[in-house]
Write a protein that binds this ligand. Sequence first.
Ligand SMILES: [Ca+2]
Length: 469
Amino acid sequence: MEFTRREALKATALAPLALVAEAQSSPRPNIVFMLADDLGYADVSCYGRRDFTTPNIDRIAAEGMRFTQAYANSAVCSATRTALITGRYQYRLPIGLEEPLGSNETRNVGLPPSHPTLPSLLKKAGYGTTLIGKWHLGRLPDFGPLQSGYDHFWGFRGGALDYFTHKSGPANTDTEDLWDDDVKVHQTGYLTDLMGAKATAVIADYARNPSLAGQIRPFFLSLHFNAPHWPWEGPGDEAESLRISALMDFDGGSLATYARMVRQMDLQIGRVLETLETAGIANNTIVIFTSDNGGERFADTWPFTGKKTELLEGGLRIPAIVRWPGQVRPGSMTDQVAISMDWMPTLLGAAGAMPDPGFPPDGMSLLPALTQNATAVPRKLFWRYRLNAQRAVRDGDMKWLRIRDNAFLFDVVGDPLERANLKDRQPEIYRKLVAEYEAWNATMLPENPEASSSGFNGTQLADHYGAGR
Ligand SMILES: [Ca+2]
């Protein structure tokens, strides 16, 4: 891939003069944003995974900063990805109400191309923008990465893809979903490896063409792995991809398979880091690694309970690691509460770019925590999830949680397992958080009964006895 002189001139014309001048005196950082899919809080060794190691992800932490209180905007894919790309609560847009967007959805829901996005704002500021991996924010012809601010796209549009057949359904269906820009492509190989290869090629290309017409052009690469999302297939498990009758299968997978899926992603992340070094741009590149929601059935979410599709901490808490040489202290850690939609103001700030005044971010910039060792700022954050009428507020260390008619108040810092219900011991705080939720919720779109909202029942997961069928 290479961008043409015409594209470069177009980008220059769009960039405000001040930014161009700044870019020439001190180059703006490149950004490599890596997102795992359904990776739990303790699924990498620097967050506590016990049965395997993730040396490359650990290395990002050793050379950067680890967030101990990072949250996903939602307990599932599309909803979090809406918040991540818009920098705002997902409940402001119909696509954000899909938990997640279904593959057979016929209502034509997606991220409106007119909405400003993290890639579209960076592009406007002169960045080259590429998405490799998962999109999951609506189908062509109306919706897609190229329609929402990415110059280039290589990956898939749905919620899941088989690692070998690259189909969104079982092997015997006509459901291939692998794309190069807006053209469907066929490629052989294990998807995690293909994404790693594509990412390293893209980085090398950007690094080879850093300057056109005297302008240094930084890049924003979103590398959205589907690992370790189901189907449960590690490298070499092609037979399993032919066996399963649905990608979301409940008769396969194991801790060992899961370990191989995560470790293969870690390996590809190592190649990305190596490529940044070989290209000589590691020192001017922000590297981020995080996940889109909490862990699924094989994940380690200790010390939390709950999983993907649940507003318990295990469904929401995720690893978040940032390396930025010269700016972020190596081997550091912060207890700053953070959430997916914070990346928009954070990365725009790092790039010297501005949000669209018509769509102000709901999150906050993490730059003070990252670059100035700032004291953690208390946050007030809100979630809702339609299945089982789940609602949650985190205010300071306290969390109000409702699941169906069961209501709780937890101190999630002192009691991360969410066991000691303080509702009747601290009724004023309980009432305050409920009132805060109601006030916030009144400013969001109402729940849409037609939107998807997924979860697990007792026939699927034995530990969910009592839940549904
Ligand atoms: Ca996910």
